[in-house]
Design a protein around this ligand. Structure first.
Ligand code: AKB
Length: 323
């Protein structure tokens, strides 16, 4: 009988977590241990769901005692808008929580003397721009985050590289753009305006947008995000020239996205009530990122451009869900 790969997913009830569990649930050779402050939708999809905090060191230690873990997908985090409202708590969750999971890896390596892979979801928030730039931003450019969330994510990237001096600790990270999912809604993010807009239209509601109509960020659909995580984690380490990569697919302004939605939901209306704090965050992030290193090192490119996203992903699902 083949031995199953044991993976631990933190933040398993979040947007990426839910979709990652759905992916691994289709993979027979994987045993999922999930950890979140909240219950998960379908406990049958995982070997064991643990309700608890990544800050609970006793809980993390009990996980270390109970399981021999092969991979960790550490998705638990406080996103940018909520983090900016609670910077001290955000730092505790986003940094010390991550350190607790890295410490778990060190203990796992010490006890089983075998490799452990660690996936870390970084963010475009690690970039800090004072003016809007049209050229795509590369991984080493403008690493001057203006938000606590971006600072947290950049520091955790550095922690991953630091602990990789232990060659059995295999740290890999993606700087996610805004993500749009049909089956989940974001909470506490700043890029939430596009998914919120789309879901409002699908529910025949108007939408009050918290950033101005010219706001422009890189985005991608959730299926591409999940496939990118899998692809990055499966590629042989010697193909990678760095630990952290940009990925993205499309970058419409809020107005452009609204205009496309309008072609499917012609009664949909939008208004703007700008949140200056959230506008400042969006304005400090790049409108586009250079994804060539992900293509060169691990062959990644998005399956969904914005046209395919609407025609093959958003509309078929949303029209069926909100008939
Ligand atoms: C957020 O808005 O905080 C996240 C992100 C872009 O990292 N969605």
């Amino acid at each position: 009988m083949s031995i199953k790969k044991v993976i631990l997913i933190t933040g398993s009830s979040g947007e990426i977590g839910k979709n990652l569990i759905n992916h691994f649930n289709q993979v027979d050779s994987t045993s999922i241990i999930s950890l979140d402050l909240n219950p998960i939708d379908n406990p049958k999809k995982v070997e064991k769901h643990i309700i608890g905090s990544i800050l609970d060191k006793k809980l993390i230690d009990s996980i270390n005692q109970e399981f021999k873990i092969d991979e960790i997908y550490h998705l638990a985090a406080m996103l940018s808008t909520k983090a900016e409202q609670n910077p001290i708590i955000a730092n505790e969750v986003n940094v010390n929580g991550t350190l607790n999971l890295i410490d778990l890896c060190m203990k796992q390596i010490a006890s089983k003397n075998s490799k452990i892979k660690f996936f870390f979801p970084s963010s475009i928030a690690v970039y800090g721009l004072d003016t809007n730039l049209s050229e795509p931003i590369k991984e080493l450019d403008y690493l001057n985050p203006k938000t606590i969330y971006g600072m947290n994510k950049l520091y955790c990237e550095k922690l991953g590289d630091y602990f990789s001096s232990n060659t059995l600790f295999d740290f890999r990270a993606i700087r996610f753009p805004g993500l749009i999912s049909v089956n989940t809604m974001p909470t506490g993010g700043t890029s939430d305006y596009l998914p919120e807009m789309l879901h409002s239209a699908a529910q025949k509601k108007s939408y009050e947008c918290f950033v101005n109509s010219d706001s422009q960020l890189p985005f991608m659909v959730m299926p591409d995000a999940i496939q990118a995580i899998i692809k990055l984690m499966e590629i042989e380490k010697n193909n990678l020239t760095q630990s952290t990569y940009n990925i993205s697919s499309f970058n419409p302004t809020a107005k452009e996205f609204f205009n496309i939605i309008k072609t499917y939901y012609n009664d949909f209306n939008i208004s703007y009530k700008i949140s200056i704090n959230r506008q400042n965050m969006v304005d400090s992030w790049p409108s586009s990122v250079d994804t060539s290193k992900a293509l060169d090192d691990w062959g990644w490119s998005p399956e969904y451009n914005i046209e395919k996203a609407f025609n093959n992903y958003f509309i078929p699902y949303l029209k069926k869900t909100y008939q």
